[in-house]
Design a protein around this ligand. Structure first.
Ligand code: NAP
Length: 264
């Protein structure tokens, strides 16, 4: 089996990364940064987001596992004290694969139908460059509302505990193939009206954002911030691709939620 290890870049994570690499090579596993079967991310959830984007083109062939060197993570659930156990598990046991849904974002431009496609593990956010964001929101081909406010956040179930949660969105179990649309400070008065609640869309529904005035936007895909000019529409839906996590022991999602937000 081929493996790669990515690190957050701090001293603790780098030391662990080198240790794991050496241990796994002692077990005759081959280190291959380009085509790994398994990627071990050492750091936090943010580190796993980087690893996901780095290996985005081989999601069907690569499984991820996360070791956290800070607080407990949603994607990084092994602690540094357990790395010997994890190395033995990777080297010796056939692992179970758990798949989580991803968000597909297609940005179309006015000039000649140019389009860009992205996959997000956590979310996509859309904000205006200046002033309020004004967007027609279509769901499954029907105009749903005209949004005015700071921005919109479209998240995956596993991303629902990240930015989406700070916006008052619901926490979705990652076994549900859905995306969630959450508002950022919508303007609601006698003139402007939005639904105000986060929406959860199933995998056969598409959310299409169409600019009303401005056509330049600041768009984030997980940790990446992009500037898109002359935008015609932004289409969000559940992607066909999934991220695959290597599971060596059960760690129920609701326990992770409790340990992260309520008590460890
Ligand atoms: P960052 O600003 O350095 O860290 C964002 C925080 O979100 C970190 O504590 C990170 O955990 C945590 N996080 C990431 N994914 C998570 C998940 N699925 N569930 C729960 N917590 C999660 O940025 P970054 O490390 O590059 O990560 C980018 C992410 O930051 C974005 O995808 C977005 O979700 C999040 N963000 C949140 C807010 C907000 O809550 N108001 C605002 C902007 C962006 P670790 O410490 O374990 O890495």
């Amino acid at each position: 089996m081929k493996f790669a290890v990515t690190s957050k870049g701090d001293t603790v994570s780098n030391t662990l990364m080198h240790k794991m690499k050496a241990y796994l090579m002692d077990f005759q596993l081959e280190y291959d940064e380009d085509k790994p079967d398994i990627v071990i991310s050492v750091g936090g959830d943010g580190t796993l987001l980087y690893a996901f984007h780095r290996y985005r083109s081989r999601l069907d062939k690569t499984a991820f596992v996360g070791v956290h060197t800070g607080h407990l993570g949603f994607y990084a659930d092994w602690v540094p004290d357990e790395i010997e156990k994890l190395v033995i598990a990777i080297a010796k046991t056939p692992y179970q694969v758990v798949e989580y849904p991803l968000l597909e974002v297609i940005i179309r431009h006015n000039d000649g139908g140019r389009e860009a496609r992205y996959l997000a593990l956590n979310e996509c956010t859309v904000k205006a460059i200046e002033g309020s964001l004004v967007m027609d929101v279509e769901i499954k081909g029907q105009l749903f509302e005209t949004f005015r406010g700071d921005g919109l956040c479209m998240s995956t179930p596993s991303g629902s505990t990240a930015y989406n949660k700070a916006l008052g969105g619901a926490i979705l179990h990652p076994s549900i193939p859905a995306i969630q649309v959450a508002e950022m400070a919508s303007i609601n008065n006698r003139v402007f009206r939005t639904v105000g609640s986060p929406l959860v869309l199933p995998d056969h529904h598409t959310c299409l954002l169409k600019p009303v005035n401005d056509v330049d936007f600041q768009i984030t895909i997980d940790h990446l911030t992009l500037l898109h000019k002359d935008v015609k529409s932004i289409q969000c839906r559940v992607a066909n691709e999934k991220i695959r996590f290597a599971r060596f022991r059960p760690f129920p999602f609701w326990k992770r939620v409790r340990d992260s937000f309520i008590t460890e």
